[in-house]
Write a new protein. Structure first.
Length: 229
């Protein structure tokens, strides 16, 4: 081939992490294929065994996706999150339902950067609490607004060749936690530390909404949050 007939080819490859991939679920056109979802299961601990109250899909918000991108490349992008942050904290709110109906949840949105209406997880200090605030502004009561995870473990995905694609995060809301609150939303948060009493900053990673659950001092709830990668 003569020099003037040579051609230059530019090959572009793009991995798209958007609504078709990282979000509530992995969407596929073939409905016969199982669609793994990020799910949150809420259990109430009973003397005769745990009772599942509900399970719902969760949403990894844009802010959480920005964190994943920064962690993957270990580069700061200018987003609100930092490449050094990691998941470690759990928060609760009462703003996940429509005002006229406490049993009718409103879905989370990609643009969410915080729970709609925060509630403290506990009023006093302890070995698993952080994010202390006095009442004022977006904090309606004095107390600690975050709790550390009980555990976070990797699990194989049996529907995808047992690849380690699932993270199971467990958090217990004990008999002393969030009493008197009508819980209807929960979130996972990233930060640069996971020590008791840590003050932040914290960034919302994922959010779930659900029909209101009235938390009393004789109820213990377990939130099991699955993230599918």
């Amino acid at each position: 081939m003569s020099k003037d007939k040579e051609k230059t080819f530019e090959i572009l490859t793009t991995d798209v992490y958007g609504d078709l991939c990282l979000g509530d679920s992995f969407n596929r056109s073939d409905n016969s294929i199982r669609k793994p979802k990020g799910e949150v299961h809420i259990y109430e601990v009973k003397p005769d065994g745990n009772k599942e109250l509900l399970h719902k899909s969760n949403l990894v918000v844009y802010q959480g996706r920005e964190l994943l991108a920064q962690r993957l490349m270990y580069m700061d992008s200018g987003a609100s999150t930092s490449r050094d942050e990691f998941l470690g904290w759990f928060g609760l709110g009462e703003g996940g339902v429509r005002p006229a109906d406490p049993l009718d949840p409103t879905p989370p949105a990609n643009i969410d950067t915080e729970l709609q209406s925060l509630v403290p997880v506990n009023a006093t200090s302890g070995p698993t609490y952080g994010d202390y605030h006095a009442a004022g502004g977006i904090y309606p009561q004095t107390g600690y607004y975050k709790k550390l995870f009980d555990s976070a473990v990797f699990e194989p995905d049996i529907y995808n060749d047992n690849a380690i694609l699932i993270i199971k995060i467990t958090t217990t809301i004990g008999v002393d936690d969030a009493n008197g609150q009508q819980l209807s939303e929960a979130g996972l948060y990233s930060s640069i530390d996971n020590i008791s009493g840590f003050a932040g900053p914290f960034h919302l990673f994922g959010r779930v909404t659900f029909p209101s659950i009235i938390k009393t001092d004789d109820r213990r709830l377990i939130f099991i949050w699955y993230l599918y990668l």
